[in-house]
Design a protein around this ligand. Structure first.
Ligand code: MSP
Length: 517
């Protein structure tokens, strides 16, 4: 069994989870479930990033201790996972001892090796926001936005990590490992970024300015600042299990690819003598009318509202079907409803209903064996072979949206097959040939349905389970063996009905006028 280790970014706990956070969990879960189906021994980690200025400030505003604040918000992030049917094996919090121990050990090791040094840090500082600003924070006219209050240039002593000296090594590494970052065009962007000289990385903040962090093991007057703490979570969670670490893959948003994950992280690991991850998958953003959904802009959707209204599977399906991993997508309720109605309720839902109804009506609820194969049956079967053969490489290459589109085409064609075969007409005939075709059509639609739900299982696990149950089917242990067309349902006793994707309640209609007596 091959190991496969997959992680999400760890979320800042200074606000509640939104749709962007939920998407990353769903995408990572889709990958995790797919790899498990392919037979890998998967380890799936997610968690929260609990240190830093913003958390300290949010806790202060609420008048509670930072740890209590983290406990509360982290619980909210954690509670979202089962609601989205996320199958993580572990959940890490950066305030946990197991994480802090590893961070301190790595920092100490790098300090001992001379990879970390102390120097003056110069920058523009906002006392109101208690943070250093960057050039990109300036307004186009060169001044600072009002929210920063008074901005002064200050100098303070800090610790720096020798990033610069690894620049050539990183360029060489990325040039020889062309598929390190997915999508490939992002790897090119990293190499572009590396054409400019790197600066060493400031990794500390004096304790009098920032209390809420991991103290540097070699100078208690400082805490670790942001990335050295956060990035190491991927390693600290499995530090004692090298066979898992050796197969690490990180799923992150494009905003934290360059420089944190594509530059700092490989260099930190290289300097510490720890092996590099196998890959980084950088997804795009969910947007609302062209702007990134985020807590700060106030345009973020609460994923739980959609899950409550439509169920976890419909939510997962939409996110994975709509977004091409790497690119941005606009989230609109209209588009959600279009896919919900046409793809889930009509396409899949109808096939389920027809299969159950017709098997009940024409075969006493027991799936018959196929007896003949005419052109109609053959072409559906050929389409299945093509769908399956394209589907596996698509999923292995994170093209889940196209894989789902292929599954939908197969469902559409199965429904079209039923229209053409018209079992309701065959049922009226007294010819033996028609009776054989009728049985064949029932066997064909049931088998096509079984196969279709097998290939969407990593996205819609609950739906797949429900459909298998009404088909009276228990899938075998080896998922890939399930993908062969082979009358696996012959003799199965199906249930009478299953309501899967109910229509959302229509807007209230005015009451019909009362009839006159
Ligand atoms: N704490 C850091 C990550 C540290 S990883 C070692 C952080 N946290 S975050 O809460 O701001 O973001 C967490 C993840 O959610 C990131 O991968 C980010 O890209 C993703 N998303 C946040 N908003 C998003 C959208 N609107 N759309 C899709 N994902 C986005 O960054």
């Amino acid at each position: 069994m091959k190991s496969f280790y997959i992680t999400t970014a760890i979320d800042y706990v200074n606000g509640s989870p939104h749709l962007g956070h939920a998407y990353e969990k769903v995408l990572t879960d889709t990958i995790a479930r797919f790899r498990r189906q392919m037979g890998d021994r998967v380890h799936f980690l997610t968690g929260v990033d609990e240190h830093g200025q913003k958390v300290q400030a949010s806790a202060k505003k609420k008048g509670i201790a930072p740890q209590q604040f983290c406990d509360e918000v982290s619980a909210e992030f954690r509670a979202l996972l089962p609601k989205l049917t996320i199958t993580n094996d572990d959940f890490i919090r950066t305030t946990e001892e197991r994480h802090q121990t590893v961070v301190r050990a790595v920092l100490q090791q790098l300090f001992d090796k001379g990879e970390i040094y102390q120097a003056e840090y110069k920058g523009f500082y906002s006392t109101r926001q208690e943070q250093f600003l960057q050039e990109k924070d300036r307004l186009p006219d060169g001044t600072w936005p009002e929210l920063f209050g008074e901005v002064t240039e200050i100098v303070e002593s800090n610790y720096f990590f020798k990033l610069k000296q690894y620049q050539e090594w990183l360029v060489e590494f990325l040039t020889t490992n062309e598929t390190f970052i997915f999508p490939a065009y992002r790897q090119k962007q990293v190499l572009e970024f590396l054409k400019e000289p790197l600066n060493d990385l400031c990794i500390s903040r004096p304790r009098e300015r920032l209390e809420w962090g991991i103290p540097l093991p070699f100078d208690a007057g400082y805490v670790t600042y942001v990335w050295f703490d956060a990035l190491l979570n991927y390693y600290s969670a499995v530090a004692d299990r090298p066979e898992i670490w050796a197969e690490a893959h990180h799923v992150i948003g494009k905003d934290i690819l360059v420089p944190p994950h594509a530059v700092y992280w490989p260099i930190m690991l290289k300097a510490a003598g720890i092996s590099l991850p196998k890959g980084i998958i950088a997804h795009g953003w969910w947007m609302t009318r062209g702007a990134k959904m985020s807590k700060s802009t106030g345009n973020a959707l609460n994923p739980l509202d959609l899950v409550t209204e439509f169920g976890a599977d419909a939510f997962r399906y939409f996110l994975i079907r709509e977004m091409n991993v790497g690119q941005d997508s606009d989230f609109t309720r209209e588009q959600f409803l279009v896919r919900y109605n046409s793809e889930l309720a009509n396409n899949l839902g109808n096939l389920v209903n027809r299969t159950l109804n017709m098997t009940t009506r024409f075969a006493g609820g027991v799936v018959p064996a196929a007896e003949v194969e005419e052109d109609l049956e053959k072409s559906l079967r050929d389409l299945w072979t093509k769908t399956r053969d394209e589907f596996l490489p698509l999923c292995e290459g994170y093209q889940f949206h196209t894989a789902l589109e292929r599954a939908m085409v197969f469902l559409t064609e199965t429904n079209a097959y039923i229209e053409k075969r018209a079992p309701w007409k065959l049922g009226k005939s007294t010819e033996a040939k028609d009776a054989a075709l009728l049985r064949t059509s029932l066997a064909t639609m049931a088998e096509a349905l079984r196969l279709a739900v097998a290939i969407i299982q990593h996205v819609t696990p609950t739906t797949t389970e429900k459909i298998n149950a009404v088909l009276g089917y228990t899938p075998g242990a080896v998922w890939r063996d399930e993908l062969n067309w082979g009358g696996k349902l012959t003799g199965a006793k199906v249930a009478g009905a299953l309501v899967l994707f109910p229509r959302p309640a229509p807007p209230e209609k005015p009451a019909a006028p009362a009839k006159l007596a």
